[in-house]
Design a binder for this molecule. Sequence first.
Ligand SMILES: [Zn+2]
Ligand SMILES: [Zn+2]
Length: 216
Amino acid sequence: MMFRLALLAALFAATASLAGEGPAATGQVVVILPFGKVEPALLEGIAREVRARVNAETRVDAVRPLPKAAFYAPRNRWRAEKLLEAIDADPPLGAWKVLAVTEAEISTTKGQVHDWGIAGLGNIGGQSCVVTGYLYRKHGKTRADLVRRLNDTAVHELGHTLGLDHCPTVGCVMRDAKGNAIKSTDTSTGQYCALCRAKVGEGVLLPGQPVPPPTE
Ligand SMILES: [Zn+2]
Ligand SMILES: [Zn+2]
């Protein structure tokens, strides 16, 4: 029994160090946190996108069940701001930022609409954000579309936690989706623009691709 425990611990350590590889010297860790069952390939894909842009390591954590307190029974879906509250109340150990990923349908209040379905939500300057593949699976045709849109949303919501609000630059990943996540992700370059890069503190972002001017 002792031996098995030790072996498990060794396996876990090996997994953790593999997942944590990255360019970072900062020791800052972005924890990718699955809320409910999420395909590991999607989680790893998001982790790669984060490591390509942010000067931090990534770690994919074990699944957490969706917290009951966030369930919105009238629409049979989950309130995103309550998911973030649940993370902030019990953040993963050592997390600098937490990027929660789910396949569940999520919503929040948007203007006059009390319960509006969304693809992601992030606290500006906060610790946590959440994205879902739900809308992209429902309305997308190909896996490539799902992956691209989900990754773009993850980079966008993480940007909010880095202190960024919505951005007017065409093609910037921080553009306001204006209620249409699919259209927004399809016109995004997936990159933070110069304006956004200037707003984020020194050394937080890695050198990125420039956002090209619009081609319309
Ligand atoms: Zn946003
Ligand atoms: Zn921008």
